[in-house]
Write a protein that binds this ligand. Structure first.
Ligand code: ATP
Length: 267
């Protein structure tokens, strides 16, 4: 029998992680774990450090302290260890580059490339496939996100929601077991945001992909998140962790109630 989400080993383990800029910590001594196959949200008010944490999780900003493990494997290097990580051999670098995908807030598509060429980029970089195979996989990934027929369009020719979905197709190109999404519904109209929510659920249900999502969109949180952590600027860390509906119903912390309280409208 397949293990349930609660029994599966953690996809992400964050142990005593502090992150910030220079010597200044924005978030301190974070501890949390994301279960395999879970849709896990990192939420909080503007300026609480969501993007700062995301940058540390995906290796763009070395943590000031602590450890980060993906599927049991140590991924992080603190700022003082970072030069050593940069010297990792090509095989390890390849492994780091393929172990997770990222959908950036801006979608980060290359404007001079078609959608198919954008999705093909990671396949060229990390795969050992023929041009024809790359083409086929890029087409398949675009189909999976509902962009069949738009393969030869340029990013400037499609809507914001379609750009997000194309960015997601690229994040999924190498079939990573783990994908980070930074504010996926930011700037989208409600219908496009809902489509993206449905897509996240589909991807998890079809492929068992673990999704870590930065967001402060209450609708999305209550529709999609299995569990979440709520960050708080004054606390420099996590003030609540759990399933959104349970937190909204049970928490007595006024900060949690203020943030999630309105979410009861989505239940
Ligand atoms: N490059 C940087 N250098 C120094 N401080 C920064 C930098 N980027 C962000 N900060 C500071 O870190 C804190 C957290 O910012 P961050 O962007 O991580 O918050 P956020 O929760 O993602 O906000 P938002 O929801 O508005 O995107 C803020 O006080 C911000 O001013």
């Amino acid at each position: 029998m397949l293990p349930t989400i609660a029994e599966a080993p953690p996809a992400v383990e964050v142990v005593g992680l502090s992150c910030g800029y220079g010597a200044e910590a924005i978030l301190e001594d974070l501890h949390f774990a994301v279960r395999t196959g879970e849709i896990f949200f990192i939420i909080g008010a503007s300026g609480c450090g969501k993007s700062t944490l995301m940058r540390s999780l995906i290796g763009l900003n070395p943590p000031l302290a602590g450890q980060l493990r993906f599927f049991g494997e140590v991924m992080s290097a603190t700022a003082s260890e970072a030069p050593r990580l940069a010297e990792t051999n090509p095989c390890q670098r390849h492994h780091l580059g393929t172990s997770f995908g990222v959908l950036y807030q801006s979608s980060a598509l290359w404007s001079s490339l078609t959608l198919r060429e954008n999705v093909a980029l990671p396949l060229r970089e990390y795969g050992q496939l023929s041009p024809r195979e790359i083409d086929e996989i890029a087409t398949l990934k675009l189909t999976q996100v509902g962009l069949c027929g738009f393969e030869d369009y340029y990013p400037s020719e499609i809507s914001g929601g379609m750009k997000k979905r194309a960015g997601l197709a690229r994040a999924l190109a190498l079939d990573p077991p783990l994908v980070f999404l930074d504010e996926p519904s930011a700037g989208l109209d409600p219908i496009s945001a809902r489509k993206l929510d449905e897509l996240m659920l589909q991807i998890r249900d079809l492929f068992g992909t673990t999704l870590v999502v930065i967001s402060h969109e209450l609708g999305s949180i209550f529709r999609v998140a299995d569990r979440l952590i709520l960050l708080d600027k004054a606390a420099c860390g996590i003030i609540a962790e759990g399933a959104p509906r349970e937190l909204a119903r049970m928490s007595t912390d006024p900060r949690v109630r203020e943030f999630l309280g309105h979410g009861t409208a989505h239940q």
